[in-house]
Design a protein. Structure first.
Ligand code: NAD
Ligand code: GLY
Length: 360
């Protein structure tokens, strides 16, 4: 097992990465301070891993909530089921919520923990590649609104993250690829050496080679932890973690939550971001082709779906990086160096969309 730390003063916590960690009760138990626990998972993950977690928590006042599976259920309505169970089973402020699942379960459980009785503890047990490399770390929690992705939420850090890489064995191929999109993101925004490594190891990751996947999870979490430690609540640098996400969130919202996976939308969004960076003359065109090749090698889309430029622009203005009506985007100065800029016009965005085949 490898351990990383997210350094946030009294909100610091460890990230445990390794095989078979769900079967090690002591990892969970040492981060549970009270006598009550509530496990949140979904129908798919429950049938795979809930029994092991339940077994680890014997002797505690135990509750569980099994949510429907899917991004379309990441809503305030479905979130209420967690509060209902907590209240029904009389959980108090010393309770600990445990998120067992992918980013949807993690974000919803985290938000329930942030808001139940004004804040209780929670633990992340991520079971998708995407959640192990990104969503379980950093304390962003929340749900979607029909008009905008992740628009309702809170920053609330977990007590620890337990990333059991053996759970990736049961992940569908499409979900594995979606997770690799966020892994590639770290190479692009802050770790050029890792980007080179990813180019060499794309096929090993797709073949679920444990060493390659563990390295990808470790390097991703290391990069994320460093960024989050500098800017927990995204007043500056943390926004670089959103490379491709302004375009990507527009795609997810327009297509209907769950139709394009988050990682797929991020992949197409990163292509638009790198093309815009090249269009502005910041990076060589050759880097655009290089990213396209890597994304295709891991079976991710490189072009947006059928949408209009108008749809893109409208949805992009709902992004959380928009300040005083000004669109701000994460773009690349080079591979390994992202910047956040407001120095782009609507015409620049329209041009990159038009060049990618998006109709007016
Ligand atoms: P997900 O949670 O929907 O999981 C993907 C699918 O895999 C689901 O069907 C799930 O049931 C299934 N699954 C989970 N673990 C499995 C396993 N081990 N074996 C088999 N199937 C398994 O999606 P995701 O990609 O994990 O997360 C996407 C969500 O994360 C989005 O809502 C996105 O907004 C959010 N996100 C949040 C952050 C953050 O910082 N909080 C960062 C990135 C993404
Ligand atoms: N996934 C973006 C962030 O955590 O800030």
């Amino acid at each position: 097992m490898q351990t990383l730390h997210v350094d946030l003063g009294d909100r610091s916590y460890p990230i445990y990465i390794g095989q078979g960690l769900i079967g090690q009760p002591e990892l969970l138990l040492k981060h549970i301070t009270g006598k009550q626990v509530l496990v949140v998972t979904n129908e798919t993950v429950a049938s795979l891993y809930l029994a092991q977690i339940r077994q680890s928590l014997q002797g505690l006042h135990y509750s569980e909530v099994i949510l429907p599976d899917g991004e379309q259920h990441k809503t305030l309505n479905v979130l209420a089921r967690i509060y209902d169970q907590l209240l029904k089973d009389k959980h108090n402020r010393t309770t600990t919520l445990i998120a067992l699942g992918g980013g949807v379960v993690g974000d919803m459980t985290g938000y329930a923990a942030a808001s139940y009785q004004r804040g209780v503890n929670f633990i992340q047990v991520p079971t998708t590649l995407l959640s192990q490399v990104d969503s379980s770390v950093g304390g962003k929690t929340g749900v979607n609104h029909p008009l905008g992705k992740n628009m309702i939420g809170a920053f609330h850090q977990p007590q620890c993250v337990i990333a059991d890489t053996s759970t990736l064995a049961s992940l569908p191929d499409r979900e594995l690829s979606a997770g690799i999109a966020e892994v590639i993101k770290y190479g692009l925004i802050c770790d050029a050496e890792f980007y080179d490594w990813l180019e060499c190891n794309a096929s090993s990751m797709l073949a679920r080679d444990q060493a390659a996947l563990s390295e990808a999870v470790y390097r991703s979490c290391q990069n994320k932890a460093e960024v989050v430690a500098q800017d927990e609540k995204e007043s500056g640098i943390r926004a670089i973690l959103n490379l491709g996400h302004t375009f990507g969130h527009a795609i997810e919202t327009a297509q209907g939550y769950g139709n394009w996976l988050h990682g797929e939308a991020v992949a197409a969004g990163m292509m638009l971001a790198i093309k815009l960076s090249a269009q502005l003359g910041w990076i060589p065109q050759a880097e655009v082709a290089r990213l396209a090749q890597l994304l295709q090698a891991v079976k991710l889309p490189i072009a947006p779906p059928a949408m209009t430029q108008r749809q893109f622009l409208e949805l992009m203005m709902v992004d959380k990086k928009v300040l005083d009506g000004q669109l701000r985007l994460v773009l690349l100065e080079s591979v390994g160096k992202a910047i956040i800029t407001a120095n782009i016009t609507t015409e620049d965005v329209k041009k990159v969309l038009a060049d990618a085949g998006v109709q007016a």
